[in-house]
Design a protein around this ligand. Structure first.
Ligand SMILES: Nc1ncnc2c1ncn2[C@@H]1O[C@H](COP(=O)(O)OP(=O)(O)OP(=O)(O)O)[C@@H](O)[C@H]1O
Ligand SMILES: [Mg+2]
Length: 508
């Protein structure tokens, strides 16, 4: 293969503006046939924008794209698909009531409008076999877990004959085990001659699975690295342009009063199953209690029950000795409970609002933001400007629309709103999901600061590294129960992993 044809993608000098904002300022990207190429950079660096240009979702303002040496214009996803480019989106675009096989072939017109069921299923089964991707073709998509839905997206892209597969943060919503399974698939795809571009914030994943790395910073190229010749700190330096701090060592808090006491808590899931089956624990002032566990073992229901968003069917929840299990969210919050929810798009923010308005969400009916029921725009804007600066929201513009901010900056808006009024108890769920390493560091520092000021923190996370770095004690949730509570010092990754998988005896 000549050097020319081995270059599958050659993007040069790509520029992209959104109004006044320059998202890409002359970016180059070279991806060779048959490699796994990491695209990394901080939140807002321009990674998704660059991939949306390659997939035809955005038109570049300047620059050229060559595919297999030939200059192309990609005016839409249809052009991209015809060139053999496929994208696996982070928010899956499947039709829930259809079967796996139906979703895979949906929108593909090559077979004519009326492919029969048998033909479809056998084509999908062929793909599954060739790439070692196991999904049940007859299963309804809405009934299968996220990790499997992602495989359906991958099959869909392969079905259309894609040679280049773009993954935008594919592991953000997966459990650790699903991540391993995805990477096995990714390696098989490469070995079968496919080319992959992987956007991720997790340097461990970059090191484990990729061949070459392109680093973006502030819409510009900030480094081209060969994975086997580099290391995580070199990549991190290229991404943020400085050394990262080590997390400060934690002082053990003095025995403090119990902030949150949960006893025998029971609650049902949305589907009516018993999601919490008698949960007991407490959180003290100045303490971080980590809740480790594979997603879906009752953690979401636990957070919702504490916040008054889900009515418990049994047990009690006490804040400072007062039972709050029958309070609505507003009353609960008035008792000094802050909440950083797992899905900031669904529960944490109104994306169409300005930064200033999202900062006062839930507080809009009281002073100083409203007087006798009328909003005070001057105070709201001033408050927005102050919090945006204090919580390092970029750009620090209180009038910016939250939906246009990067993930890290959206999370800073949630934190600013939730942490700025000296909460007694903070319930945080997956606080750094989708965030880059600098934003993650920032969130961790803010949580430790709150702990230092005496807040009790319940930290729910499926990232073991995060749980272990921050928690004073770690409780493991499995099938709606706390199966063990460990001191941070004795909670090795292996022990936690066994407990999370339901092997309590082996972990003892
Ligand atoms: N449709 C849009 N309208 C306005 N601004 C946008 C739009 N899409 C992206 N931006 C801005 O362009 C910049 C680059 O965003 P992009 O989504 O490409 O970053 P990213 O590297 O993918 O970040 P993340 O890691 O948070 O996903 C950001 O400042 C973002 O706010
Ligand atoms: Mg992105």
């Amino acid at each position: 293969m000549s050097a020319e044809t081995s270059m599958l993608v050659d993007m040069r000098g790509i520029e992209k503006r959104f109004g006044d904002l320059v998202a890409l300022r002359g970016v180059d990207l070279v991806v060779r046939q048959g490699e796994i190429h990491a695209l990394v950079g901080e939140n807002g660096a321009g990674k998704s924008t660059l991939m949306n240009v390659l997939y035809g979702l955005y038109r570049p303002d300047a620059g050229s794209i060559r595919i297999r040496g030939r200059e192309v214009r990609i005016a839409g996803p249809r052009d991209a698909i015809a060139l053999g480019i496929g994208m696996i989106h982070q928010h899956f675009m499947l039709v829930p009531p259809l079967t796996v096989a139906e979703n895979v072939v949906l929108g593909d017109e090559r077979g004519g409008p009326r492919l029969d069921r048998r033909a479809i299923e056998s084509r999908v089964a062929d793909l599954e076999k060739r790439f070692g991707i196991v999904v049940e073709p007859h299963a309804r998509t809405e009934d299968i877990p996220l990790g499997l839905q992602q495989r359906v997206e991958i099959l869909k892209v392969l079905y259309r004959g894609s040679e280049l597969l773009i993954f935008d943060e594919p592991t953000a919503v997966l459990t650790p085990q699903e991540v391993d399974e995805l990477f096995a698939i990714v390696r098989t795809l490469r070995d079968e001659g496919k080319t992959l571009i992987l956007i991720t914030h997790k340097l461990r994943e970059v090191m484990a699975v990729t061949d070459n790395i392109t680093v973006l910073r502030g819409g510009r190229n900030a480094g081209e690295l060969v994975t086997r010749n580099t290391n995580p700190s070199e990549i991190a330096r290229a991404m943020v342009g400085r050394e990262l701090k080590e997390l400060r060592a934690r002082a053990t808090p003095a025995r403090a009063e119990v902030t949150l006491k949960v006893q025998g808590l029971e609650a049902k899931s949305d589907r009516g199953a018993l999601a919490l089956q008698g949960v007991d624990f407490d959180v003290r002032s100045g303490e971080i209690l980590g809740i480790a566990g594979v997603g879906g073992n009752g953690q979401s229901e636990l957070a919702q029950a504490i916040l008054g968003l889900r009515r418990p069917t049994g047990g009690s929840i006490q804040i400072g000795g007062v039972d709050i299990s029958k309070d609505d969210p507003k009353r609960t919050r008035a008792r000094g409970v802050a909440y950083v929810p797992e899905d900031r798009h669904l529960e944490g923010l109104v994306l169409a609002f300005s930064v200033a308005d999202d900062f006062i969400l839930g507080k809009q009916d009281r002073a100083p933001y409203a007087r006798t029921g009328v909003l005070d725009p001057v105070t709201i804007l001033r408050n927005g400007g102050r919090l945006a600066a204090e919580y390092d929201v970029r750009p620090p513009n209180p009038k910016a629309i939250v939906g246009n901010l990067s993930g890290g900056n959206q999370q800073k808006v949630v934190l600013g709103r939730e942490l700025s009024e000296r909460p007694k108890l903070i319930v945080v769920s997956q606080p750094t999901r989708g965030l880059d390493i600098a934003a993650t560091e920032y969130v961790h520092e803010r949580l430790l600061e709150q702990r230092g000021q005496g807040a009790g923190i319940l930290l729910i996370s499926s990232e073991l590294d995060e749980i272990r770095a921050l928690s004073d004690r770690i409780a493991v949730m499995f099938e709606g129960r706390i199966v063990a509570t460990l001191d941070a010092a004795s909670a090795t990754e292996e022990r936690l992993g066994l407990l999370m998988a339901g092997h309590g005896e082996a972990a003892a």
